[in-house]
Design a protein around this ligand. Structure first.
Ligand SMILES: C[S@@+](CC[C@H](N)C(=O)[O-])C[C@H]1O[C@@H](n2cnc3c(N)ncnc32)[C@H](O)[C@@H]1O
Length: 256
């Protein structure tokens, strides 16, 4: 093309939202087909995503201070919102336990539970906890394959923390989680989570990116929570990390 400006315009249009032609025309269609194959063979989105994390190098989470130190902000944030050592905390989608590295030493022994769909991330996280000298008997982690929370038995929590997790969950799984969570909340419990609002893309419908990122219209997500008996409150950001809108949900009292 003779006109560099025109060429750049065409390339920008082709790159689309991902800012990448490869992502748009190769990675995304390939992963979409893979997910379809999982679905057709009776497996779930969680099965697809857990396998993707286990096999794709680009999904690896770094055991490095720049990533792990964000966990310190989690603890400060929750302390500012009233977290006490005697509280019981569920870290939903705990990943490599960057939250656990801070929460476990602060909480009374046995008061932290982390769950995740990725065995490799839980294993990496346990290695980091060992390195930090945090005894395994002071916390519990569970590998989950669905949102039933059956692994938790009759444990109940005061705080549920799901940082950067709901953006990787299809609507049906969010609904299932909200239903299961009810049985594991102490009176007055708060569920803190982040989500990607579709408004940030200029869209007012559920939108998927890279197959595993979900953007929900804020009002729509709020309605899902309310239909399951939760209050839904957008909170001021309050700390540095740029990973979704911070929100708090609480069970409406007449659903308790
Ligand atoms: C972006 S990482 C964030 C990890 C952790 N919350 C943190 O901030 O360090 C998202 C994590 O959520 C987990 N995850 C995704 N879907 C999940 C689900 N339905 N149930 C539990 N964990 C899930 C992923 O395996 C991943 O480890």
């Amino acid at each position: 093309m003779e006109h560099p400006a025109l060429k750049e315009k065409v390339l920008t249009a082709l790159r689309g939202r991902h800012n990448s032609i490869r992502f748009r025309f190769w990675e995304t269609p390939k992963e979409t087909l893979k997910l379809l194959f999982y679905r057709l063979s009776g497996r779930s989105f969680i099965d697809y995503y857990a396998d993707r994390i286990a096999t794709k190098e680009s999904e690896a989470l770094p055991s490095e201070p720049i990533y792990l130190d964000v966990g310190k902000e989690f603890l400060t944030y929750l302390q500012e919102h009233g977290l006490r050592p005697e509280d019981h905390l569920l870290d939903y989608g705990c990943g490599i336990l960057r939250g656990g590295l801070q929460f476990v030493p602060y909480l009374e022994p046995g008061h932290y539970v982390g769950v995740d769909i990725s065995a490799s991330r839980l294993e990496q996280g346990q290695g980091l906890m060992d390195e930090a000298g945090i005894p395994r008997e002071n916390y519990a982690t569970y590998l989950v394959q669905d949102c039933s929370l059956k692994e938790l038995g009759n444990r109940k929590f005061d705080i549920v923390w799901a940082h950067a997790v709901l953006m990787h969950m299809p609507e049906a799984d969010i609904r299932a989680l909200l239903a299961s969570l009810k049985g594991h909340l102490n009176p007055g419990a708060s569920f803190y989570f982040t989500f990607f609002p579709s408004e940030s893309l200029g869209l007012d419908r559920i939108t998927k990116d890279q197959v595993r990122d979900f953007y929900y219209p804020t009002d729509y997500l709020k309605e899902i929570f309310e239909s399951k008996g939760y209050e839904f409150e957008i909170l001021p950001k309050g700390y540095k990390e740029n990973w979704g809108v911070r929100t708090r949900a609480r069970l409406l009292s007449d659903w308790n």
